[in-house]
Ligand binder design. Sequence first.
Ligand code: B12
Length: 169
Amino acid sequence: MSSPHTSPARPAEREPGHDTARARGLVVVSGVASDAHTWNLVFLQLLIEELGYEVVNLGPCVPDEMLVEECRLLEPDLVVISSVNGHGHQDGLRLIGRLRACESLVATPVAIGGKLAISDDNAERIARELAAAGYDAVFPDGAAGVAEFRNFVGVLPRPSLTAGSRSGA
Ligand code: B12
């Protein structure tokens, strides 16, 4: 896991011999400021790597400002936010406002998922609120969550097919 206290370079810049042809793009995975859980982040990193992406995992308890700054520097193709401590709803609403307030992150795909509240009772309402606030996709915990997430990642535009590709291809 990259230390949240440093600015990790994009993988292709870190490793000169890196095989950019293999990478579908760069994904930032992060916990939210209040959340100390880590295995959710490790799980997501492995899953997303399995789908062919490079992952920069910022780890748990990432302050909003740091997350925005890392995303601004890394220009990821997708940002994946995870929270399981029950405060993801509040943290997530605050965070997406800050990400979308950054000009270069206005259109970056951002997804959030996990145990976003302390009960499942309002899961649908919370998911709607998070989507309305600016998330491209919301994956509350449940059997379908990870399968739907795989489908979501599978249909993301490939950077090598878009103008101004950062892959160097
Ligand atoms: C280990 C653990 C801890 C450890 C964490 C250590 C560490 N290094 O991670 C410690 C002891 C620190 C801890 C602390 C707390 N914990 Co805790 N913890 C757990 C526990 C037992 C396991 C979590 C885990 O590692 N699971 C394995 C990972 C791989 O799975 P996961 O986290 O469930 O994530 C899955 C899904 O949520 C989903 N997912 C997650 N994010 C995303 C994002 C996307 C995009 C997608 C698609 C899917 C997705 O995919 C993952 C794999 O299926 C769970 C209970 C449980 N059995 O799940 C409670 C649990 C998460 N903890 C809980 C709580 C309440 C706390 C505390 C608030 C307790 C307290 N009063 O202090 C603190 C919070 C501290 C903080 N600031 O965040 C609650 C959360 C309740 C809720 N959300 O409603 C749980 C569910 C226990 C419970 N049943 O009450 N905890």
